[in-house]
Design a protein around this ligand. Structure first.
Ligand SMILES: Cc1cc2nc3c(=O)[nH]c(=O)nc-3n(C[C@H](O)[C@H](O)[C@H](O)COP(=O)(O)OP(=O)(O)OC[C@H]3O[C@@H](n4cnc5c(N)ncnc54)[C@H](O)[C@@H]3O)c2cc1C
Length: 412
């Protein structure tokens, strides 16, 4: 193995940290520098809308890498300083403080940012992407005033569940009539709408937002149907955009993420790789370039890239089966594959009972299995995940789940 002498990883969240750690487990013996613009030690993001937002989990509990662990693995931390520019010709990362780091291989792990709120009252309107965002939101959620959440996707729904658990009166607004239907199809999406209602959270779906005015504690959300909502706090969860702006001028092909080949190597620079949310790569299984904003993809792409840097003689492709989870109220939701684009589905189990447990399995016109959504049923999810990976047939999977259900498999 011929180690490049220095690998610079830009972005110190899960994809960046896992790349740095995996380089060591892959036997890479050169220098590793991990650059991050946030001042905090690396932390994990999924709890920010869940256990960290309720205050149940501490900063220590969501840590991804301690200073001691970094030192033990000989990972040099450069935190609190953003990368400003990538100089591909001279193989340098240029930092915002004017310093430069030479690299033999660079890994771009700058993730994504919350899509900014289009409304800007002086205070009280939040997005949620970083620990600083979560702390600010938590402070405002302590005030006993109604909360309006704009955007009924995963982050919006999780924050709704958390704010509700904290005792706040919550309304979720989205122009779509079943927002999560974008991912799981309209019919199953309706079950997600009912989930809010059953927990006493108001939904205003199929209605847009005209404006948000006022200040923290006293905000007015004007809706497109002419009605108004009073709120102490507004949370805007309308998606994320990849942090690729700093690469403008680098010469790399950037198109809603860093465009890479199946090995996660930038298409126009063999010594530059991307991982995690900022990666747009050629997925050999799908035959197209994709970008995925899921935690598991960040971890899996990091493992592939670390291997490919440490063992360039045996390059691996990144060909994952998509997987994402979400916790909303009493539902532990797990989604595997690509339900979106399916033309039919079958629901096994029951998602409306007092103890909901079930799975929806999706197929396309040709009967090919596309993916599955499991609720409170990890065993079913395992079956579906294996089946999607193995290219099993839709009918076989439904039959397996029927048997699992009939056998009364206890929720694991
Ligand atoms: C609130 C929340 C809840 C989530 N819940 C789930 C969940 O339940 N399940 C799931 O599968 N996924 C979930 N996700 C998504 C998951 O957390 C992301 O897919 C994952 O964090 C992506 O990791 P990443 O390292 O690629 O990017 P990020 O986590 O976005 O990290 C990128 C890092 O790079 C830094 N950075 C950006 N630009 C620069 C620069 N120029 N120089 C230096 N540093 C830079 C950023 O500040 C950040 O620290 C959630 C995300 C959020 C925000």
């Amino acid at each position: 193995m011929t180690d490049p002498r220095t690998v610079v990883v830009v972005g110190a969240s899960v994809a960046g940290v896992r790349t740095a750690q995996s380089l060591r487990t892959e036997g890479f013996g050169g220098r590793i520098v991990l650059v991050g613009d946030e001042p905090d030690l690396p932390y994990d993001k999924p709890p920010l809308s869940k256990q960290f937002l309720t205050g149940c989990w501490s900063v220590e509990r969501i840590a991804l890498l301690t200073a001691e662990a970094a030192a033990a693995a000989e990972i040099e931390l450069r935190l609190g300083v953003a990368a400003q520019r990538l100089d591909v010709a001279d193989r340098q990362v240029v930092l915002i403080d004017g310093s430069t780091i030479d690299y033999d291989a660079a890994v771009l792990a700058t993730g994504a940012a919350a899509r900014p709120a289009p409304w800007s009252p002086t205070s009280g309107v939040h997005v949620l992407r970083s620990m600083a965002d979560a702390r600010a939101l938590r402070d405002d959620l302590e005030v006993d005033r109604p909360v309006v959440i704009i955007g009924g996707g995963f982050i919006g729904a999780e924050v709704a569940a958390t704010a509700h658990a904290l005792g706040r009166e919550v309304t979720v607004v989205d122009p779509l009539s079943a927002p999560i239907g974008r991912v799981v199809g309209r019919e199953v999406g309706e079950l997600f709408v009912d989930l809010h209602t059953r927990h006493g959270v108001t939904t205003k779906f199929g209605v847009g937002v005209e404006s948000v005015e006022g200040e923290a504690g006293d905000l007015t959300v004007q809706l497109t149907d002419g009605s108004q909502l009073a709120a102490g706090t507004v949370v805007v969860g309308i998606g994320a955009v990849p942090n690729d702006g700093w690469l403008a001028g680098s010469g790399l092909l950037v198109d809603d993420g860093v465009v890479c080949d199946e090995h996660c190597r930038a298409v126009d620079a063999a010594d530059v790789y991307a991982v995690g949310d900022v990666l747009r790569w050629f997925h050999p299984g799908h035959g197209e370039h994709v970008r995925v904003e899921h935690w598991t993809n960040a971890v899996e792409s990091a493992a592939v890239v670390a291997h490919n840097i440490a063992h360039p003689e045996e390059l691996r492709s990144h060909c994952p089966v998509e997987y994402v989870w979400s916790d909303q109220y009493d539902w532990k939701i797990q989604i595997v594959g690509r339900p979106v684009g399916a033309t039919r589905h079958t629901l096994v189990g029951d998602l409306t009972s007092a103890h909901p447990r079930g799975a929806a399995v999706y197929a396309d016109d040709s009967g090919d299995l596309r993916g599955a959504v499991a609720v409170n049923w990890p065993k079913a999810l395992l079956v579906c995940r294996r089946a999607v990976g193995a290219g099993a047939s839709f009918d076989d999977v439904v039959a397996q789940l029927d048997r699992l259900s009939a056998a009364g498999a206890a929720p694991a």
